[in-house]
Design a protein around this ligand. Structure first.
Ligand SMILES: [Zn+2]
Length: 117
């Protein structure tokens, strides 16, 4: 069996799941560890690091490198949250889909971009 490699330490469960979603889009299976409480034997329960981390299967160097790259890009974006504002695209008011900026109509439901209310 291949080993797992830790690529990202999240600030919370939602954070970890967002990154896992980004990895799945790229065809990379990711595992989230530490977002559920697992009591350890030996009484160290109160010292467990509860921040979840994201791991990938480390059996393909190219894929692992790509996963690390995605995690780094994601971490950079998290520190400077400019997502969904202006240049990053727009959100369809009819169905809520996020559309890239160069399109003037929603690819999902066909609604015109329209003006922001
Ligand atoms: Zn739409």
């Amino acid at each position: 069996m291949a080993d797992l490699k830790k690529i990202y330490e999240a600030i919370g469960p939602g954070d970890a799941h967002v990154l896992r979603g980004l990895l799945e889009v790229e065809g990379i299976d990711a595992v989230i560890r530490g977002d559920d409480m697992v009591p350890l034997q030996g009484g160290s329960l109160f010292h467990i690091e509860t921040r979840p981390s994201v791991w990938v299967l480390d059996d393909d160097a190219v894929r692992t490198a790509r996963a690390v790259e995605i995690a780094e890009e994601y971490a950079a974006g998290r520190r400077a949250p400019a997502v969904s504002a202006g240049a990053g695209g727009w959100r369809c008011r009819a169905c809520g889909e996020t559309i890239e900026d160069q399109f003037t109509a929603c690819w999902n439901c066909g609604a015109e971009r329209g003006s922001r209310s």
